[in-house]
Write a protein that binds this ligand. Structure first.
Ligand code: NAD
Length: 248
């Protein structure tokens, strides 16, 4: 059996939910994982990983702030060297009907969900290019393809992530760097758990597989896209949505 090469990975939005599950998945695959969050909650993710015998580092940064992203990369590089695997997972919602959506609701969601990924990719890729190897995965959403009423900002940001993914995939393919996106459907996390029971029932009925997904089901797909054997996949959008987005 060939040994998996240990890489330096960075997962944004790793304090909880899907990002935390991705961080754990990558650590279980043998990578050193920097867990980034805008809060200090990433320390819990670090403790989880270390509790399993893995290697992790909690870094605090608002991905929407390029200077903070730069400082976080500096911290990781000082500890372990360049980031080789980047997962842009940090995301927020600020829902509202478009006619009443404020500039802040629009701007905050675009800044975190789309510009945040751009900031991290811009900071990570010069060193990935030099090493002629890299894996980037952007966490989009089924809403980016299908659109979601009340989520013009979120849907636009998540659709934008797909364009970003494919532009980067083409630009960096000659340097051995892959860039892919996953599009989760409804997943049980803090983002969905406050949903009224009747909405949840409607959602479950709409998903062909009849249930919400788990963070670990997204994490295993991301883990594969970050792996060595996934080296011939780039510019892909992989749904993890129980069939909800079929046809989009
Ligand atoms: P969550 O709210 O549980 O976690 C979000 C994470 O992002 C947290 O760690 C938070 O600290 C971090 N974060 C938020 N703003 C940040 C910022 N400015 N800088 C750095 N970190 C920041 O969310 P989740 O449900 O785990 O979702 C994770 C990703 O998956 C998001 O991009 C979300 O849009 C996407 N997604 C979620 C679902 C779902 O149903 N939960 C469905 C489709 C896509």
């Amino acid at each position: 059996m060939s040994e998996v090469q240990s890489r330096v990975a960075l997962v944004t939005g790793a304090s909880r939910g899907i990002g935390r599950a991705i961080a754990v998945e990558l650590a279980r695959a043998g990578h050193r994982v920097a867990c980034c969050s805008s809060s200090d909650g990433a320390k819990d993710a670090q403790a989880d990983i270390e509790g399993e015998g893995g290697t992790a580092l909690a870094v605090q940064a608002d991905v929407g702030n390029p200077a903070a992203v730069d400082a976080a990369f500096g911290e990781i590089e000082a500890a372990w060297g360049p980031v080789e695997v980047l997962v842009n997972n940090a995301g927020i919602t600020a829902d509202g009907l478009v006619a009443r959506m404020t500039d802040d609701q629009w701007g905050d969601v675009l800044r975190t969900n789309l510009s945040g990924a751009f900031h991290a990719i811009r900071r990570a890729t010069p060193k990935m290019m030099r090493n002629r190897w890299g894996r980037i995965v952007n966490v989009s959403s089924v809403s980016g393809q299908a659109g979601a009423a009340g989520q013009a900002n979120y849907s636009a940001a998540k659709a934008g992530l797909l364009g970003l993914t494919r532009a980067i995939a083409r630009e960096l393919a000659p340097r051995g760097i892959t860039c892919n996106a996953v599009a989760p459907g409804p997943i049980v996390t803090a983002m969905t758990e406050d949903m009224p029971a009747e909405w949840r029932a409607v959602m479950e009925a709409t998903v062909p597989l009849g249930r919400l997904g788990n963070p670990e089901e997204v994490a295993s797909v991301v883990g594969y896209l970050c792996s060595e054997p996934a080296g011939y996949i780039t510019g892909a959008l992989v749904p993890v949505d129980g069939g909800l987005g079929m046809g989009h």
